[in-house]
Design a protein around this ligand. Sequence first.
Ligand code: AN0
Ligand code: CP
Length: 316
Amino acid sequence: MKKFTSVQDVPDLPDWLALARKVKAQPFDFQKYGKNKTLGLVFLNPSLRTRLSTQKAAQNLGMQVMVMNMQQDGWAIEMEDGTVMDGGTQEHIREAAGVLSQYCDIIGLRTFPGLKNREEDYAEKVLTKFIQNATVPVLSLESATRHPLQSFADLLTIEEFKGKPRPKVVLTWAPHPRALPQAVPNSFVEWMKNAEVDLSITHPEGWELAPEFGEGVPVHHNQDAALEGADFVYVKNWSAYQDYGRTGQELRSWMITPEKMQLTNQAKLMHCLPVRRNVVVADAVLDSPQSIVLQQASNRTYTAQTVLLKMLGYAG
Ligand code: AN0
Ligand code: CP
């Protein structure tokens, strides 16, 4: 496996899910695959869960882990080819990715979108350049348009908590004061399309996902109607794709409250975290037994471990 950047890199999702369950049951049973292998985690943006769960996943496999926080500790990276580097950037991505490949057997990269230039973000410029210049397999730790490690954990969590073969899953937009990427909802939808779920999306007009992600998924602009009968409510803010980067922070009535959860089929509440309390979700919901956000975060370890195991060549 040369890369893990989206669900398209997963050849057999049911097989991967079965392995994730096996890994979760016996996390330390696969150490012969990771022994003497090194994982490098490169962050161009902040992270709590992805950093620690992927590190723990690698440790469970017996791997060594090196973490590089480029913003604080690295040189300023140049992404453009053919530039005269007499400005602010100090090291070209060609050397940076090439050098990291000398030290690591697998490299993880987190790179958020700039949310200014939609074309550039959706071309996955940074991730693509990194992969082109790395000589070892690359794992996305959230890129401009997708967060596949998150979505894999989300899917495992839904599989564990579902009470029927085909649960109703509602992805709902919620307000947030800052412009956030579309990566989490894009990816969630992409993975759910490959799962046994009845998926719909609710968001205010103007917050449609990019056509290639939203395509084929029913959309409701009335959040209350959309939540009716839901078994899972996946709440997340994203900034607009059309009016690229627009926040919608004034739309405070979209916050998930106990009253809204009353409309559902005693739904489980999911969020990738970090979550802004009483902006995105009310305290009373996050602190209720309906919230499974910590179980979601826990599953990040086992799904990351499954991905690493496959990247290490595990074929069982
Ligand atoms: C990021 C996002 O929305 O993509 C990371 C979530 C995993 N969230 C924030 O920046 C708050
Ligand atoms: N959910 C998630 O990816 O969290 P971090 O941004 O803290 O890694």
